[in-house]
Design a protein around this ligand. Structure first.
Ligand code: GDP
Ligand code: IMO
Ligand code: MG
Length: 424
């Protein structure tokens, strides 16, 4: 069976958690393939709002198996808290949640290194979630990391100690003020490791292979978004993993030949949290309205998200890099009430009009060029089918499909599971 992918096409927070939850009824396995607790995936159903960070968004469906793949970085401390928050749902996690032995571990000192690195950058800081993501992937590619599978060996604490000591020396190198009690952080970490060890550790590439062979339907859940990809994003203001389609192959050990649908998810506008260029960012009342109506605050850090119009130059680039086969448009309801809706169709780049995504968006090199659409006033949040949607919104959807050359198969009109319109 093919492996379908669901990927964020912007700077993250497109609504991946909600849609994976909606789609899980049609899948047997949901697998996260990259990122870590920098992610915050929000699910709303039955009046409950739940945020997941490392655990895949299929967890509330008892029949689905959830896999944390080798490409993910796991902080046992955050993971333990996530497990505790699931207690009211009485899920038998040992039967539905599987952890790759090859996933790397975030140590407390990785988090400290993240904080030291950001503090040392001053104004040039990335705006990291400070979850230790960058330092953990550095240790992975530097061939120094600790993996989940190491925890099954008696000498894991020695490995831990050697790496933590090296980190302490590195923290000293940054020469910044950092207050912490390492003993306390370590105690918390060791306890959390014991909690993690209660879950099944698997050779996830083998697990995925067998799932495919036995005809299970698999959905790979991306974290972050394409514009935060370590290679194709707005470097250096990116995260430290491949958030794009190819990352699912390396992050799960599935072959490129086995990829089926590539579902690309985007907001009807754009948001970004953290630093870095954002050509269509709005600093006016429209931007403030998007933030207020869309409740645009980071699900992991609570920071306000920067808001702006939809950027087709960036979106086309993301579609191209990922090979998107279907699009899902989120948060259409947030645009209700705008007289005019704008879409950036090209950039003025150093005096020339371009429609490709340039090497850098920095230094004010880019001025967005807009096409305007008539807005709509209707409240969309109770609408259940395409025929209910206002003509102006349908005109917007048709324009996007024509420009992007990919069908928009779902339009989301609210945060709840049920507020999802599947198009014919
Ligand atoms: P993710 O990281 O891609 O899973 O997205 P987040 O959960 O970080 O952010 C998406 C936010 O938008 C969450 O608060 C969701 O509950 C909310 N959301 C998702 N879809 C919709 C929608 O169609 N309309 C509105 N108003 N909110 C939505
Ligand atoms: P989900 O999966 C939005 C951003 C951070 C920062 C940059 C680097 O919920 O869409 P990192 O912590 O990785 O060192 O931060 O990436 N970032 C996200 N922004 N959604 C996310 O995840 C993000 N994960 C990281 O704000 O700008
Ligand atoms: Mg999020």
């Amino acid at each position: 069976m093919a492996v379908d992918l669901l990927l964020g096409l912007q700077w993250g927070d497109e609504g991946k958690g909600k849609i994976v939850d909606v789609l899980t009824q049609g899948y047997d396995v949901i697998a996260r393939f990259q990122g870590g607790p920098n992610a915050g995936h929000t699910l709303e159903f039955d009046g409950i709002k739940h945020v997941l960070h490392t655990i895949p968004s299929g967890i509330f469906h008892k029949n689905a198996q959830n896999v944390v793949g080798n490409g993910v970085v796991i902080d046992p401390v955050v993971f333990q808290k996530e497990i505790e928050k699931l207690a009211p749902f009485h899920l038998d996690l040992t039967k539905i949640l599987f952890i790759s032995r090859k996933a790397h571990l975030i140590l407390p000192t990785h988090r400290l290194l993240d904080a030291a690195s950001e503090a040392a950058k001053g104004k040039a800081k990335i705006g990291s979630t400070l979850k230790g993501i960058g330092p953990t992937y550095m240790d992975k590619t530097g061939r120094n990391g600790m993996r989940v599978g190491d925890l099954e060996f008696d000498n894991w604490k020695e490995k831990y100690r050697a790496l933590a000591e090296k980190h302490q020396a590195m923290i000293g190198f940054y020469n910044v003020e950092l207050e912490y009690d390492l003993k306390e952080l370590e105690n918390e970490f060791f306890k959390a490791v014991e909690a993690l060890k209660k879950l099944p550790f698997i050779d996830s590439e083998q697990f995925m292979h067998e799932a495919q062979k036995s005809g299970k339907k698999i959905l790979a859940e991306g974290a972050q978004g394409s514009l935060l990809d370590i290679d194709f994003g707005t470097y250096p203001y990116v995260t430290s993993s491949n958030t794009t389609a190819a990352g699912a192959c390396t992050g799960l050990g599935v072959s490129p030949k086995s990829i089926g649908k590539v579902l690309g998810i985007f907001k009807a506008y754009t948001t970004r949290v953290g630093s870095g260029p954002f050509p269509t960012e709005l600093f006016d009342e429209d931007g403030a309205t998007m933030g207020r109506v869309g409740r645009e605050f980071g699900a992991t850090t609570g920071r306000p998200r920067r808001c702006g119009w939809l950027d087709l130059v960036a979106l086309k680039y993301a579609i191209q890099v990922n090979g998107v086969t279907e699009l899902i448009m989120m948060k259409a309801d947030v645009l209700s009430g705008f007289d005019t809706i704008k879409v950036c169709h090209a950039y003025q780049y150093r005096g020339t009009e371009i429609t490709h995504f340039p090497y850098t968006l920095e230094d004010d090199a880019v001025t967005p060029m807009y096409t305007s659409f008539k807005g709509w006033n209707q409240d969309l949040t109770g609408m259940t089918q395409e025929g209910d949607l206002p003509q102006e919104l349908l005109a917007y959807v048709h324009y996007l499909e024509k420009e992007l050359e990919v069908p928009i198969t779902m339009v989301s009109v609210g945060p709840d599971r049920t507020q999802t319109i599947v198009r014919g």
